[in-house]
Design a protein. Structure first.
Length: 390
Protein backbone atom coordinates (compact mmCIF):
# COMPACT_ATOMS: atom_id res chain seq x y z
CA UNK A 1 0.00 0.00 0.00
CA UNK A 2 1.11 3.57 -0.73
CA UNK A 3 2.81 5.12 2.28
CA UNK A 4 1.36 8.33 3.70
CA UNK A 5 3.50 10.58 5.85
CA UNK A 6 2.86 13.86 7.59
CA UNK A 7 5.27 16.78 7.57
CA UNK A 8 5.22 19.54 10.18
CA UNK A 9 7.25 22.60 11.16
CA UNK A 10 7.55 23.92 14.73
CA UNK A 11 9.38 26.63 16.65
CA UNK A 12 10.92 29.76 15.16
CA UNK A 13 10.70 30.05 11.39
CA UNK A 14 13.85 29.96 9.26
CA UNK A 15 14.38 30.87 5.64
CA UNK A 16 14.60 27.41 3.97
CA UNK A 17 11.47 25.81 5.47
CA UNK A 18 9.32 26.00 2.34
CA UNK A 19 12.27 24.61 0.41
CA UNK A 20 12.44 21.45 2.59
CA UNK A 21 8.68 21.00 2.43
CA UNK A 22 8.71 21.29 -1.34
CA UNK A 23 11.65 18.88 -1.76
CA UNK A 24 9.95 16.32 0.47
CA UNK A 25 6.73 16.69 -1.49
CA UNK A 26 8.52 16.29 -4.83
CA UNK A 27 10.46 13.26 -3.64
CA UNK A 28 7.20 11.76 -2.41
CA UNK A 29 5.47 12.37 -5.73
CA UNK A 30 8.38 10.80 -7.63
CA UNK A 31 8.66 7.76 -5.38
CA UNK A 32 5.01 7.00 -4.69
CA UNK A 33 4.86 8.31 -1.11
CA UNK A 34 2.07 10.69 -0.18
CA UNK A 35 3.41 13.64 1.81
CA UNK A 36 0.67 15.45 3.72
CA UNK A 37 1.12 18.91 5.23
CA UNK A 38 0.19 19.31 8.91
CA UNK A 39 -0.78 22.89 9.67
CA UNK A 40 0.53 24.50 12.87
CA UNK A 41 3.24 22.10 14.09
CA UNK A 42 2.46 19.61 16.87
CA UNK A 43 -0.68 21.56 17.71
CA UNK A 44 -1.90 20.95 14.15
CA UNK A 45 -1.40 17.23 14.61
CA UNK A 46 -3.36 17.28 17.86
CA UNK A 47 -6.10 19.24 16.05
CA UNK A 48 -5.80 17.05 12.91
CA UNK A 49 -5.43 20.03 10.64
CA UNK A 50 -3.89 19.08 7.30
CA UNK A 51 -3.36 20.59 3.86
CA UNK A 52 -2.84 19.13 0.40
CA UNK A 53 0.69 20.25 -0.53
CA UNK A 54 -0.07 19.81 -4.23
CA UNK A 55 -2.58 22.66 -4.05
CA UNK A 56 -0.73 25.43 -2.28
CA UNK A 57 1.86 26.55 -4.83
CA UNK A 58 5.00 26.15 -2.71
CA UNK A 59 7.85 28.51 -3.55
CA UNK A 60 11.16 27.29 -2.10
CA UNK A 61 12.69 30.73 -2.43
CA UNK A 62 10.17 32.37 -0.11
CA UNK A 63 11.20 32.19 3.55
CA UNK A 64 8.98 31.18 6.46
CA UNK A 65 6.69 28.18 6.45
CA UNK A 66 3.40 27.76 4.60
CA UNK A 67 2.64 25.04 7.14
CA UNK A 68 2.72 27.65 9.94
CA UNK A 69 4.37 26.96 13.25
CA UNK A 70 3.63 26.55 16.93
CA UNK A 71 5.62 25.99 20.07
CA UNK A 72 3.98 23.08 21.84
CA UNK A 73 5.64 21.16 24.63
CA UNK A 74 4.01 17.71 24.62
CA UNK A 75 5.27 17.18 28.16
CA UNK A 76 2.63 19.76 29.18
CA UNK A 77 -0.21 18.17 27.19
CA UNK A 78 -2.26 15.63 29.07
CA UNK A 79 -2.28 12.19 27.40
CA UNK A 80 -0.12 13.54 24.60
CA UNK A 81 1.11 10.11 23.43
CA UNK A 82 -2.38 8.72 23.12
CA UNK A 83 -3.70 11.84 21.40
CA UNK A 84 -0.86 11.87 18.86
CA UNK A 85 -1.27 8.15 18.14
CA UNK A 86 -5.01 8.65 17.62
CA UNK A 87 -4.38 11.59 15.28
CA UNK A 88 -1.93 9.53 13.24
CA UNK A 89 -4.37 6.69 12.91
CA UNK A 90 -7.31 9.01 12.11
CA UNK A 91 -5.24 10.76 9.43
CA UNK A 92 -3.90 7.37 8.23
CA UNK A 93 -0.32 8.53 8.57
CA UNK A 94 2.50 5.96 8.75
CA UNK A 95 4.95 8.40 10.21
CA UNK A 96 6.16 11.98 10.42
CA UNK A 97 8.83 14.31 9.16
CA UNK A 98 9.34 16.80 11.98
CA UNK A 99 11.27 19.99 11.23
CA UNK A 100 12.15 21.97 14.31
CA UNK A 101 14.67 23.26 16.81
CA UNK A 102 15.55 21.87 20.23
CA UNK A 103 12.02 22.38 21.63
CA UNK A 104 10.00 20.96 18.74
CA UNK A 105 12.34 17.99 18.35
CA UNK A 106 12.38 17.31 22.09
CA UNK A 107 8.80 16.08 21.68
CA UNK A 108 10.13 13.06 19.76
CA UNK A 109 11.55 11.76 23.03
CA UNK A 110 8.00 11.27 24.30
CA UNK A 111 7.07 9.33 21.14
CA UNK A 112 9.90 6.88 20.69
CA UNK A 113 7.81 4.16 19.03
CA UNK A 114 6.46 6.43 16.29
CA UNK A 115 8.42 6.43 13.02
CA UNK A 116 9.78 9.96 12.59
CA UNK A 117 12.54 11.63 10.66
CA UNK A 118 13.72 14.67 12.59
CA UNK A 119 15.33 17.57 10.77
CA UNK A 120 16.94 20.27 12.87
CA UNK A 121 16.37 23.83 11.82
CA UNK A 122 17.25 26.87 13.85
CA UNK A 123 19.19 30.05 13.28
CA UNK A 124 20.69 29.30 16.71
CA UNK A 125 22.62 26.34 15.18
CA UNK A 126 22.50 24.66 18.57
CA UNK A 127 20.97 21.29 17.72
CA UNK A 128 23.67 18.67 17.17
CA UNK A 129 26.82 17.52 18.95
CA UNK A 130 29.99 19.56 19.30
CA UNK A 131 32.68 17.56 21.06
CA UNK A 132 36.39 17.49 20.24
CA UNK A 133 36.71 15.48 17.04
CA UNK A 134 32.98 14.89 16.86
CA UNK A 135 30.89 17.52 15.16
CA UNK A 136 27.55 15.85 14.46
CA UNK A 137 25.48 18.07 12.19
CA UNK A 138 27.79 20.68 10.69
CA UNK A 139 24.98 23.21 10.68
CA UNK A 140 21.25 23.40 11.23
CA UNK A 141 18.91 24.55 8.47
CA UNK A 142 18.48 28.29 8.44
CA UNK A 143 21.79 29.04 10.16
CA UNK A 144 23.77 29.85 6.98
CA UNK A 145 21.21 32.45 5.87
CA UNK A 146 21.00 34.06 9.30
CA UNK A 147 24.79 33.92 9.68
CA UNK A 148 25.19 35.78 6.43
CA UNK A 149 22.65 38.36 7.57
CA UNK A 150 24.23 39.16 10.92
CA UNK A 151 27.64 39.42 9.28
CA UNK A 152 26.30 41.78 6.66
CA UNK A 153 24.39 43.86 9.26
CA UNK A 154 27.66 44.72 11.03
CA UNK A 155 29.99 44.85 8.03
CA UNK A 156 31.60 47.79 6.32
CA UNK A 157 30.30 46.64 2.95
CA UNK A 158 26.62 46.33 3.83
CA UNK A 159 26.06 47.30 7.41
CA UNK A 160 26.54 49.34 10.54
CA UNK A 161 30.27 49.92 10.24
CA UNK A 162 29.64 52.85 7.87
CA UNK A 163 27.45 54.84 10.26
CA UNK A 164 29.71 53.82 13.15
CA UNK A 165 32.83 55.33 11.63
CA UNK A 166 31.00 58.36 10.18
CA UNK A 167 29.60 59.40 13.57
CA UNK A 168 32.24 57.91 15.84
CA UNK A 169 29.67 55.61 17.38
CA UNK A 170 29.93 52.69 19.72
CA UNK A 171 27.18 50.36 18.49
CA UNK A 172 26.02 47.30 20.40
CA UNK A 173 24.19 44.86 18.11
CA UNK A 174 21.93 42.18 19.53
CA UNK A 175 22.10 38.66 18.16
CA UNK A 176 19.43 36.02 18.72
CA UNK A 177 20.61 32.97 20.65
CA UNK A 178 19.11 32.07 24.01
CA UNK A 179 21.70 29.54 25.14
CA UNK A 180 24.24 29.36 22.37
CA UNK A 181 26.43 31.93 20.64
CA UNK A 182 26.65 30.35 17.17
CA UNK A 183 24.73 33.16 15.49
CA UNK A 184 26.73 35.82 17.31
CA UNK A 185 30.07 34.23 16.37
CA UNK A 186 29.02 34.09 12.72
CA UNK A 187 28.99 37.90 12.76
CA UNK A 188 32.78 37.52 12.70
CA UNK A 189 32.49 37.23 8.91
CA UNK A 190 31.50 40.92 8.96
CA UNK A 191 34.29 41.87 11.42
CA UNK A 192 32.69 43.39 14.52
CA UNK A 193 35.26 44.43 17.13
CA UNK A 194 33.99 42.26 20.00
CA UNK A 195 31.52 39.40 20.41
CA UNK A 196 29.79 38.32 23.63
CA UNK A 197 28.04 34.95 23.87
CA UNK A 198 25.93 33.08 26.46
CA UNK A 199 28.44 30.28 27.00
CA UNK A 200 31.02 32.63 28.56
CA UNK A 201 29.75 35.07 31.20
CA UNK A 202 30.95 38.58 30.48
CA UNK A 203 33.84 40.04 32.45
CA UNK A 204 32.55 43.59 32.13
CA UNK A 205 35.75 45.36 33.19
CA UNK A 206 37.63 43.48 30.47
CA UNK A 207 35.07 44.57 27.86
CA UNK A 208 35.11 48.16 29.11
CA UNK A 209 38.89 48.39 28.92
CA UNK A 210 38.92 46.85 25.45
CA UNK A 211 36.19 49.15 24.15
CA UNK A 212 37.96 52.22 25.57
CA UNK A 213 41.25 51.19 23.96
CA UNK A 214 39.66 50.39 20.60
CA UNK A 215 37.68 53.63 20.60
CA UNK A 216 40.84 55.53 21.41
CA UNK A 217 42.60 54.21 18.33
CA UNK A 218 39.76 53.62 15.90
CA UNK A 219 37.16 56.21 16.96
CA UNK A 220 34.29 53.76 16.66
CA UNK A 221 33.49 50.27 17.96
CA UNK A 222 31.02 47.54 17.05
CA UNK A 223 30.06 44.94 19.66
CA UNK A 224 27.78 41.95 19.06
CA UNK A 225 25.99 40.44 22.06
CA UNK A 226 23.75 37.35 22.15
CA UNK A 227 20.38 37.91 23.78
CA UNK A 228 21.07 35.13 26.32
CA UNK A 229 24.47 36.44 27.47
CA UNK A 230 25.14 36.76 31.19
CA UNK A 231 27.16 38.98 33.50
CA UNK A 232 29.92 37.26 35.43
CA UNK A 233 27.57 36.96 38.44
CA UNK A 234 25.44 34.57 36.40
CA UNK A 235 22.52 36.94 35.84
CA UNK A 236 21.27 37.59 32.34
CA UNK A 237 22.35 40.92 30.87
CA UNK A 238 18.72 41.40 30.09
CA UNK A 239 15.93 38.98 30.77
CA UNK A 240 12.91 38.81 32.95
CA UNK A 241 13.72 35.74 35.01
CA UNK A 242 10.13 35.50 36.29
CA UNK A 243 8.46 35.37 32.91
CA UNK A 244 8.92 32.02 31.13
CA UNK A 245 7.54 30.42 27.94
CA UNK A 246 6.04 26.92 27.52
CA UNK A 247 9.52 25.37 27.53
CA UNK A 248 10.69 27.34 30.57
CA UNK A 249 12.87 29.80 28.66
CA UNK A 250 13.10 33.31 30.12
CA UNK A 251 11.74 36.29 28.20
CA UNK A 252 14.62 38.38 26.92
CA UNK A 253 14.29 42.13 26.96
CA UNK A 254 17.24 43.54 25.06
CA UNK A 255 20.80 42.67 26.05
CA UNK A 256 22.23 45.15 23.53
CA UNK A 257 20.21 47.99 25.00
CA UNK A 258 21.18 47.12 28.57
CA UNK A 259 24.85 46.80 27.69
CA UNK A 260 24.87 50.03 25.66
CA UNK A 261 23.31 51.86 28.63
CA UNK A 262 25.96 50.60 31.01
CA UNK A 263 28.81 51.40 28.60
CA UNK A 264 27.35 54.83 27.99
CA UNK A 265 27.24 55.60 31.69
CA UNK A 266 30.81 54.40 32.16
CA UNK A 267 32.48 55.68 28.99
CA UNK A 268 30.70 58.81 27.82
CA UNK A 269 32.18 61.16 30.42
CA UNK A 270 35.56 59.83 29.45
CA UNK A 271 35.11 60.16 25.67
CA UNK A 272 32.71 63.04 25.56
CA UNK A 273 30.52 61.36 22.98
CA UNK A 274 26.78 60.82 23.05
CA UNK A 275 26.98 58.08 20.44
CA UNK A 276 26.64 54.81 22.29
CA UNK A 277 23.77 53.11 20.52
CA UNK A 278 22.09 49.73 20.41
CA UNK A 279 20.49 47.97 17.45
CA UNK A 280 18.37 44.84 17.60
CA UNK A 281 17.65 43.33 14.16
CA UNK A 282 15.55 40.70 15.94
CA UNK A 283 13.22 38.83 13.53
CA UNK A 284 15.14 40.15 10.54
CA UNK A 285 17.61 37.34 11.24
CA UNK A 286 14.89 34.81 10.55
CA UNK A 287 13.21 36.63 7.68
CA UNK A 288 13.62 36.64 3.94
CA UNK A 289 14.74 34.16 1.35
CA UNK A 290 17.20 31.31 1.92
CA UNK A 291 20.77 31.62 0.68
CA UNK A 292 22.16 29.05 -1.79
CA UNK A 293 23.73 26.82 0.87
CA UNK A 294 20.47 26.65 2.84
CA UNK A 295 18.55 25.91 -0.38
CA UNK A 296 20.89 23.02 -1.23
CA UNK A 297 20.71 21.67 2.29
CA UNK A 298 16.90 21.89 2.27
CA UNK A 299 16.73 19.97 -0.98
CA UNK A 300 19.03 17.21 0.34
CA UNK A 301 17.27 16.90 3.68
CA UNK A 302 13.73 17.02 2.27
CA UNK A 303 14.41 14.36 -0.31
CA UNK A 304 16.47 12.08 1.94
CA UNK A 305 13.88 12.31 4.72
CA UNK A 306 11.21 10.86 2.42
CA UNK A 307 13.58 8.16 1.15
CA UNK A 308 14.35 7.23 4.75
CA UNK A 309 10.66 7.17 5.66
CA UNK A 310 9.85 4.89 2.74
CA UNK A 311 12.19 2.28 4.25
CA UNK A 312 11.06 0.31 7.25
CA UNK A 313 11.49 2.75 10.10
CA UNK A 314 10.22 1.86 13.55
CA UNK A 315 11.64 4.73 15.63
CA UNK A 316 12.64 8.38 15.41
CA UNK A 317 15.87 9.12 13.52
CA UNK A 318 17.71 12.43 13.20
CA UNK A 319 18.75 13.40 9.71
CA UNK A 320 21.85 15.53 10.07
CA UNK A 321 24.22 17.34 7.71
CA UNK A 322 27.82 16.26 7.52
CA UNK A 323 30.67 17.73 5.56
CA UNK A 324 31.81 15.65 2.63
CA UNK A 325 34.22 16.03 -0.27
CA UNK A 326 31.33 17.33 -2.34
CA UNK A 327 30.01 19.84 0.17
CA UNK A 328 27.42 18.67 2.65
CA UNK A 329 25.37 15.50 2.69
CA UNK A 330 22.80 13.96 4.97
CA UNK A 331 23.58 11.33 7.57
CA UNK A 332 21.29 9.40 9.91
CA UNK A 333 21.80 9.60 13.63
CA UNK A 334 19.96 7.25 15.96
CA UNK A 335 18.03 8.64 18.86
CA UNK A 336 18.85 5.52 20.88
CA UNK A 337 22.18 7.04 21.92
CA UNK A 338 20.39 9.90 23.66
CA UNK A 339 18.25 10.10 26.78
CA UNK A 340 16.75 13.48 25.92
CA UNK A 341 17.32 16.46 23.64
CA UNK A 342 19.99 17.82 26.01
CA UNK A 343 22.36 15.25 24.52
CA UNK A 344 21.78 16.87 21.15
CA UNK A 345 22.09 20.46 22.26
CA UNK A 346 25.44 21.98 21.42
CA UNK A 347 27.33 25.05 22.46
CA UNK A 348 30.24 27.18 21.35
CA UNK A 349 33.39 26.25 23.23
CA UNK A 350 36.83 27.80 23.42
CA UNK A 351 38.07 25.98 20.37
CA UNK A 352 35.87 28.40 18.43
CA UNK A 353 35.80 31.45 20.68
CA UNK A 354 38.32 33.28 22.84
CA UNK A 355 36.48 34.76 25.87
CA UNK A 356 39.44 36.89 26.98
CA UNK A 357 39.77 38.59 23.61
CA UNK A 358 36.00 38.45 22.97
CA UNK A 359 36.51 37.16 19.46
CA UNK A 360 36.45 34.08 17.29
CA UNK A 361 39.54 31.83 17.16
CA UNK A 362 41.24 30.55 14.02
CA UNK A 363 39.29 27.27 14.32
CA UNK A 364 36.10 29.32 14.62
CA UNK A 365 36.98 31.28 11.50
CA UNK A 366 37.70 28.03 9.65
CA UNK A 367 34.36 26.61 10.77
CA UNK A 368 32.51 29.68 9.50
CA UNK A 369 34.46 29.86 6.24
CA UNK A 370 32.68 26.72 5.04
CA UNK A 371 29.31 28.39 5.51
CA UNK A 372 29.73 31.75 3.89
CA UNK A 373 32.00 34.29 2.29
CA UNK A 374 33.98 36.83 4.27
CA UNK A 375 32.38 40.25 4.00
CA UNK A 376 35.33 42.41 3.05
CA UNK A 377 37.71 44.50 5.07
CA UNK A 378 37.11 45.24 8.76
CA UNK A 379 37.49 49.01 9.08
CA UNK A 380 37.80 52.18 7.03
CA UNK A 381 38.57 55.85 7.44
CA UNK A 382 41.28 57.36 9.60
CA UNK A 383 44.13 55.09 10.43
CA UNK A 384 44.47 53.61 13.91
CA UNK A 385 46.72 56.41 15.16
CA UNK A 386 45.07 59.48 13.84
CA UNK A 387 46.46 62.11 16.20
CA UNK A 388 44.63 65.36 15.61
CA UNK A 389 41.33 64.54 17.20
CA UNK A 390 41.48 66.58 20.36
O1 LIG B 1 14.84 29.42 18.76
C1 LIG B 1 15.23 30.35 17.81
C2 LIG B 1 15.00 31.74 18.26
O2 LIG B 1 15.33 32.48 17.14
C3 LIG B 1 15.79 32.22 19.48
O3 LIG B 1 17.08 32.61 19.25
C4 LIG B 1 14.92 33.34 19.96
O4 LIG B 1 15.12 33.67 21.29
C5 LIG B 1 13.58 32.78 19.76
O5 LIG B 1 13.66 31.99 18.60
C6 LIG B 1 12.50 33.83 19.73
O6 LIG B 1 11.40 33.39 19.03
P1 LIG B 1 9.88 33.78 19.25
O7 LIG B 1 9.86 35.22 19.58
O8 LIG B 1 9.27 33.44 17.94
O9 LIG B 1 9.38 32.93 20.36
Amino acid sequence: MRKRIGILTGGGDVAPLNAVIQSAFEQGTESGVEVVGIVGGWQGLLDRETVDLGRIGLDPKIGGTVLRSSRVNLANVQDARRKITESLSELQLDGLIVIGGEDTLSNAFHLRDIPQVLISKTIDNDVGINEPGRLVNYFTLGYPTAAEKIASFVSLKEGLRTTAYSHERIIVVESMGMHAGWLAISSAMGHPDFIIIPEFPLEYENLKAKVAKRFGSQRHVIIVVSEGSKWSNGRYISADEDERDDFGHPKFKGAAEALAKRLKADLVPFFNTRNVNSVNPSYLYRSGRPNPLDLDAAETLGRDAVTLMSKKLSEPVFLTLKESGRGFESEEFSLKELRDIEGFHRFVDNRYYDPAELRVTTDGTNYLAKLSADLGSPVYGFSQNHKERR
